[in-house]
Design a protein around this ligand. Structure first.
Ligand SMILES: [Zn+2]
Ligand SMILES: [Zn+2]
Length: 241
């Protein structure tokens, strides 16, 4: 039996990717998002240097932010993997995002370039960093809370680097850092690509047990839904990112 709905989704996916690859505006938009995110991060780092905090609370704030970042970014990834909407204004960006399942390979690039470039896919982070800038600039927040908010904003880009290294690096230092749980381990993250509706977190994956519970409650998964939408796509971006 021909699945008409799937055929329609595949058609809409291909047309969204055609828009993404043929109209410069989408790639320019990504660069703009990168610039805004990194600028906000530098500005916020400057702002928290004006707030004094003990080393003890600084370490605790970083630890809390690390867990929070893993969770929040994993949730966003979960929502994106389970969202189609290729005909919407964000459709070309959504379609391009889904390609990370078709060919989860990155071109090898310097880490800072990856940090900058991958920050361009995080449109939600612009809103987050803007709100944190307002909070820090115009109010007097609890110092530990201020540090947590800023660290989450920066670690959200670091999470992209962790995912990149997980797919590209076999270096001793990365293998060590992923083994002790600082970065995402290959073994843990492989389940996201091999299985369904699982292990969405990508800073180090420590919050996946909770995200997996949420995913199981709200979503069917991607293997028989969004992963099928790019089955007929062979254009630019289907080979590597
Ligand atoms: Zn995914
Ligand atoms: Zn991956």
């Amino acid at each position: 039996m021909v699945d008409l709905d799937l055929q329609l989704q595949q058609k809409q996916f291909n047309s969204a990717m055609y828009k993404y690859t043929s109209r410069k505006i989408y790639k320019l938009f990504g660069k703009l998002v990168s610039v805004v995110n990194v600028s906000f991060q530098i500005y916020l780092l400057y702002l928290i240097t004006q707030i004094s905090i003990s080393a003890f609370w600084n370490v605790n704030a970083f630890f809390a932010a690390f867990i929070l970042t893993d969770f929040v970014n994993g949730l966003v990834h979960m929502i994106m993997d389970n969202t189609a909407g290729y005909n919407s204004i964000a459709g070309p960006l959504i379609a391009n995002f889904h390609l990370h399942h078709k060919k989860p390979m990155y071109k090898k690039s310097p880490i800072l370039f990856v940090y900058f470039n991958e920050s361009g896919a995080k449109v939600w982070l612009v809103g987050y960093l803007f709100i944190v800038s307002i909070i820090l600039g115009f109010s007097n927040p609890n110092p530990v809370a201020a540090y947590i908010l800023v660290y989450v904003g920066i670690l959200s880009s670091v999470a992209e680097v962790s995912h990149y290294l997980c797919h590209t690096s076999d270096s001793g230092i990365f293998m060590f850092l992923s083994k002790i749980g600082v970065f995402l381990s290959k073994q843990h993250h492989a389940k996201h690509h091999l299985k369904d509706n699982t292990n969405y977190a990508f800073l180090n994956g420590c919050t996946d047990p909770l995200i997996n519970l949420i995913a199981g409650k709200f979503y069917k998964g991607y293997k028989e839904t969004t992963d099928c939408h790019f089955a007929q796509y062979t254009g630019e971006g289907s080979e590597n990112r």
